[in-house]
Design a protein around this ligand. Structure first.
Ligand SMILES: O=c1ccn([C@@H]2O[C@H](COP(=O)(O)OP(=O)(O)O[C@H]3OC[C@@H](O)[C@H](O)[C@H]3O)[C@@H](O)[C@H]2O)c(=O)[nH]1
Length: 302
């Protein structure tokens, strides 16, 4: 196939939980272009069908509307476990659901990995460091999290998800990878994402463009040994946050490639098209097949 780039050793059956979300859908694009069989599981709580609709009908692609809080029995080689509300307004909207997704949902995905003897990558978060007392944050830092604060459902949910990954690795020999994702931006992020701009705006965060994150996730999943990596994606009230990416550089040969200004320009273009599209649908209640957003996706992803 002419679109195949950077073929991995062989085509795999890959599950992406949360594959209709912002990061998940970009990961799906990458895996599909590499020629893998990709199954997306999403309950569409924050994910959008539109993010993956360009793959519907492709013989290698399957979209399942399923909530991973319930068990899932399918045959796969790798699981990218991204399913969870990720921005504060979303995860605070239903904190109990956020906890269940990250605990029961992660347990189910680890049970699946155990049954199929597959490998699971958990999309964790810089939020596991809470409001960090050291700066920048290395993987060895244990964090500074308030267990009963408003963010706890997400922070502690991800912390226990990490714990579960390593418990299954130790007890059942499951191969796990944990990526602690810092702030990520790019096309398909939510218009009212709600991260970063709080209070007086004095907080610091580290941003990466979404293609750099996807690159790091794929490298981490396919690398031989299990190491924790850091990537960009989240926010809240931590005063300063910046990853120490020495390990990702040394073990994965990964570092962000897209300059901030270039990424912002691509993102602005996406939002511009989104706004034009929503104005258009307000008037017509119908978005034509060839709308500007769809062309944009095709132009920029392939
Ligand atoms: O394909 C699968 C397999 C499993 N699952 C779910 O994943 C969850 C965890 O699966 P496990 O295989 O770990 O099953 P269990 O919960 O029975 O065992 C776990 O708890 C009891 C301990 O003694 C075991 O060591 C531990 O693995 C289960 O709820 C199961 O329904 C799936 O959703 N899909």
């Amino acid at each position: 196939m002419k679109h195949r780039v950077n073929m991995l050793e062989r085509e795999k059956r890959i599950l992406v939980t949360g594959g209709a979300g912002f990061v998940g859908s970009h990961l799906v694009d990458r895996l599909m272009i590499e020629g893998h069989e990709v199954t997306v599981v999403d309950n569409f709580f924050t994910g959008r069908k539109r993010n993956v609709e360009h793959w519907i009908g492709h013989e290698n692609f399957e979209l399942i509307n399923h909530d991973i809080v319930n068990p899932l029995f399918i045959e796969v080689d790798q699981i990218y476990h991204l399913a969870s509300p990720a921005s504060p307004p979303n995860y605070m909207y239903n904190p109990v659901k956020t906890i269940k997704t990250n605990t029961i949902g992660t347990n189910n995905m680890l049970g699946l990995a155990k049954r199929v003897r597959g490998r699971l990558l958990l999309a964790s978060t810089s939020e596991v460091y809470g409001d960090p007392e050291i700066h920048p944050q290395p993987e060895e830092y244990w964090g500074h999290v308030n267990p009963i604060g408003p963010r706890a459902c997400y922070d502690e949910g991800k912390r226990v998800a990490e714990t579960m990954c390593y418990a299954y690795a130790k007890q059942d020999g499951i191969q796990v990878r944990v990526a602690r994702i810092f702030n990520t931006f790019g096309p398909r992020m939510h218009m009212n994402d709600g991260r970063v701009v709080y209070g007086e705006g004095q907080q610091t965060r580290s941003f990466q463009y979404v293609s750099d994150l996807v690159d790091g996730l794929v490298k981490l999943m396919n690398r031989g040994t299990s190491k924790i990596v850091k990537k960009p994606a989240m926010q809240d009230d931590p005063k300063k946050r910046k990853p120490d990416i020495t390990k990702a550089k040394n073990y994965l040969n990964w570092s962000p490639q897209v300059p901030m200004l270039e990424g912002i320009n691509r993102t602005i273009e996406y939002f511009f098209n989104e706004l034009r599209r929503s104005k258009h649908s307000e008037r017509n209640f119908h978005v034509p097949e060839t709308d500007s957003l769809k062309s944009y996706h095709k132009t920029n992803l392939i």
